[in-house]
Design a binder for this molecule. Structure first.
Ligand SMILES: [Ca+2]
Ligand SMILES: [Ca+2]
Ligand SMILES: [Ca+2]
Length: 850
């Protein structure tokens, strides 16, 4: 008896000690659970359905600095894909007194609500699901609580379900069953992510394991998590069976016919005692010019005590290293989750190979030399851009990047179509074509949008504009690409006597002119008609079967003559007329016409003809629209730019007047947003224009100075759902042009902040965000169309450092599938071409000054 009392007291004491432990989870003022080593976020990031369900929402774990789990919520399938239904979270209550967060999860389609309560318990959290009404009958066996773990952080590590030892598979090899489509719950807006090949069945995934206690990664303290479930079995699924971007899913079904507390999990991530995150030493992986300013921004755990000094070491030709500089660490301060200090080593200016030492942390090497930036656009122009040429066969060495896509052409999208890639066909076709009729001739030229294979007309317009601007401003004669439009054949690394940029202008113009000539105006997009081939991963030429759809044939049947098929996979042209888009096309046609003259005179003339026609028609259409309609909303930067381009092309006073009428108030509203367009106007306006612009350039310089206060990197950092490399490219371009026109106001050195950021001086890690580009440590995985291979397409610029609410920046370099941080777009990468060209121009000028 006595002994039992003693034990009870001891246990109580232990429990008290445990409660007092400094590593217990606490709700912080950012409204998430925190302890050193891990954070539990509870609906700080919400699901939004359809396009935005991209594994960045729900209950999330940030484990020793890496967001390793997300998607914690009541879900309706074993391994939910993008476009599966997601719950809305109408209420979320943070209760500091009880150390808990309570949220209501709701599925409108089934009038189904649950309450998820997450409570800190010692070193972990308890997650409970409450129901006021039982699970609706149609969701019995489907509604369950899921939490998803990142495969790249768990594969090849061990796990134990109850006592059974196992290993997370490096590649998905799992068991599946097929079930009748009648049992498949509807997907977002009724879309279907799969092609059932006429079977009437869908694939469901079977669990890898089932039990009550799951221990993940006991062999890796940074990733070890223990999950126990009190009332229901835990099942472990491999989400990669259905979709390469799937995660490992831990799931318990909600019981049928029950109310009250129906499910309780305890989730206990391991926190390493006294863990402190390694410093992230930012620097340019491409290297530095001898004369330029060189500042490393070092990102530190708030628990880390900043060091006094850091040092630079030179690697000699004999392979030996010598310390050549040591200097003081300057404090900057806190920015979101971390603390930042700076290390200025500008005085190191002898060409050579170097690395940085900060305490025990040694970086990889970098170069100081006059030539480091010479090739920063070559991978983009020689490789990334030609690989994205649509309707062509593209070869590099022994490798075929893709065959000729979309030989089946494009069908007229039916009226009233709401498209999954955020387009719509309005109530009429606005063409002479019937719904689903082939519009012949559109499968020519154009560039793939991004990691997908559609032609976004507005992006393709910007792309041609970017190419023409690069050509007219910098005249790059680089020729490393062979383009045969007749044979639809492209070969990389094979010169053909024509500057590549002219061939890119031609290729973009061919598709845009075809749209104008054949449809009569611009299409919004040429895109997929079915969701199951929109997420295509593989050769673009195999996205469709290359045969026009023939309604006379049965499903999946091929005609006897081999010329058509019964596969409904053809792409659609979305043709609702938008006069603002036509007006933008008119400007780019005028620009392309100038550039193509003397190279492809026929296309040059056709572009000019369409420019004049669309300009007239679009102007009339816009004038006939009611004043308050969106068509007359001239206020955006695109409209300011359009009027400038129209003036450059036509020299008509009305466009010059309109340009200035829109420009000055826009500059008053937001100088940093519009200044680049204003700078582009200088060569075309009278001298007084430049003088009127001067005070705005002074204001822009104040904005640049203000960025030094805003964040440790001194660049505009985006906090949106698509990370901000694009802003930084634009920032660098603006500085380059502003310095050219106003060298007395804008210091050229600010442009290095843009290259520094892009090439490695940024939060989370220090890898270059541009694929390859002469960097010592470029990022290795991107969301390109080869993402399923965990690879990259050289020259791609990743959106980069993605912000997750409330205070986390990330960029996965072992997991390509999050587009907001790892994709590259044809618009963004051709903007990088302009930035790189303008920047190199600046550097060459400075080099002459040296
Ligand atoms: Ca797209
Ligand atoms: Ca060429
Ligand atoms: Ca087809």
């Amino acid at each position: 008896m006595k002994r039992r009392t003693f034990l009870s007291v001891l246990m109580l004491l232990l429990a008290v000690c445990h409660i007092a432990s400094s590593q217990d989870l606490k709700l912080n003022d950012q409204e998430y659970f925190e302890t050193q080593g891990f954070n539990v976020l509870v609906y700080n990031n919400l699901f939004t359905g359809g396009f935005n369900d991209e594994k960045t929402a729900g209950i999330e774990l940030i484990h020793h600095g890496v967001r390793t789990a997300q998607g914690g919520a009541v879900r309706l399938s074993n391994t939910p894909e993008q476009w599966d239904l997601v719950p809305s979270i109408p209420t979320r209550k943070v209760n500091n007194a009880s150390n808990s967060i309570e949220s209501v999860l709701r599925y409108d389609d089934f009038d189904f609500e649950s309450r998820v309560v997450v409570t800190a318990k010692g070193r972990g959290v308890e997650i409970s699901v409450y129901l006021d009404q039982p699970v609706p009958t149609e969701l019995e066996g489907s509604a369950g609580f899921n939490l998803e773990f990142l495969p790249s952080q768990y594969w090849a590590k061990t796990y134990l379900m109850d006592e059974r030892i196992n290993r997370f598979p490096r590649y998905v090899v799992g068991n599946t069953v097929t079930r009748p489509n009648t049992e498949k719950l509807k997907q977002y807006k009724g879309y279907e992510t799969y092609d059932d090949r006429g079977t009437g069945e869908f694939i469901d995934v079977l669990p890898l394991e089932t039990g009550r206690t799951l221990l993940l990664a006991p062999d890796e303290p940074e990733r070890m998590v223990k999950i126990t479930s009190r009332y229901a079995d835990l099942m472990l699924f491999d989400g990669r069976v259905l979709a390469q971007n799937g995660w490992f899913v831990v799931r318990s079904l909600l019981p049928a016919g029950k109310t009250g507390k129906v499910l309780t999990w305890t989730v206990e991530p391991n926190a390493i005692n006294n863990w402190v995150r390694e410093p992230n030493i930012g620097f340019s992986q491409v290297g530095y010019l001898p004369s330029q300013e060189k500042v490393s921004v070092i990102e530190l755990d708030k628990k880390a005590k900043p060091l006094e000094k850091a040092s630079i070491h030179k690697i000699g030709e004999d392979g030996k290293t010598t310390e050549v500089f040591n200097g003081k660490i300057e404090p900057w301060g806190d920015y979101y989750k971390y603390h930042y200090v700076k290390f200025n080593f500008s005085s190191v200016n002898t060409p050579g190979i170097y690395y940085i030492m900060y305490g025990d942390t040694k970086t990889n090497n970098f170069i100081i030399n006059k030539s480091v930036y010479d090739k920063i656009t070559d991978a983009t122009s020689d490789i990334w851009i030609p690989i994205h040429m649509n309707h062509m066969f593209v070869k590099e060495g022994y490798r075929v990047w893709h065959g000729e896509p979309f030989k089946d052409g494009y069908l007229q999208a039916p009226p009233n179509t709401d498209h999954f890639d955020l387009h719509e066909q309005g109530p009429t076709t606005d063409t002479e074509y019937e719904a689903l009729e082939l519009i012949p001739g559109l499968n020519v030229g154009g560039f793939f949008d991004a990691g997908d294979f559609d032609i976004e007309t507005h992006s393709n317009i910007s792309v041609v504009q970017n190419f023409v601007q690069t050509w007219e401003s910098f005249k790059p004669l680089r020729d490393q690409t062979f383009v045969d439009q007749e044979a639809r054949h492209v070969v990389l690394h094979r010169p053909d006597g024509t500057p590549d940029i002219l061939q890119f202008i031609e290729h973009g113009t061919l598709n845009l002119v075809a749209q104008a000539e054949i449809i009569g105006h611009m299409a919004q997009t040429l895109s997929n008609s079915v969701l199951y081939n929109y997420h295509h991963l593989g050769d673009a030429a195999s996205l469709t079967d290359g045969l026009p759809y023939n309604a006379e044939l049965g499903p999946y049947e091929i005609a006897a003559d081999g010329e058509s098929s019964g596969v409904k996979d053809d792409m659609w042209a979305f043709t609702s007329r938008n006069p603002s888009l036509d007006l933008r096309a008119a400007t780019v046609f005028a620009a392309a016409s100038r550039a193509l003259k003397g190279y492809n005179d026929d296309l040059s003339e056709r572009a000019l003809t369409q420019s004049k026609r669309l300009l007239k028609e679009a102007t009339e259409l816009l004038a006939s629209q009611p004043q308050d309609s969106t068509g007359r909303e001239w206020a955006s930067v695109a409209d300011i730019s359009t009027n400038l381009q129209l003036y450059i092309s036509t020299e008509e006073q009305q466009y010059k007047d309109k340009f200035q009428e829109l420009l000055w108030p826009a500059l008053d509203r937001n100088v940093s947003f519009v200044i680049l367009t204003a700078l582009h106007g200088i060569p075309h306006m009278e001298a007084s224009y430049k003088e009127r612009l001067r005070p705005y350039v002074v204001k822009y310089n104040e904005y640049i100075a203000g960025l030094e206060e805003d964040n440790p990197y001194g660049v505009p950092i985006g906090l949106g759902n698509w990370a901000g490399s694009g802003f930084i490219v634009n920032f660098g371009t603006t500085i380059s042009f502003a310095n050219e026109h106003f060298p007395d106001i804008i210091d050229a050195n600010h442009a290095y902040k843009a290259t520094d950021w892009l090439f490695g001086n940024h939060p989370y890690h220090n890898y270059s965000l541009v694929a390859t580009v002469g960097a010592a440590r470029p990022k290795e995985v991107f969301y390109g169309n080869n993402r399923a291979d965990f690879s990259f397409i050289p020259g791609n610029v990743a959106p980069g450092i993605l912000f997750r609410k409330p205070d986390h920046f990330e960029n996965y370099d072992d997991w390509p599938f999050l587009w907001g941080q790892n994709e590259g777009t044809i618009g963004g990468n051709t903007s990088y071409l302009i930035f790189g060209s303008a920047f190199k121009n600046l550097v060459i000028k400075k080099r002459l000054d040296i």
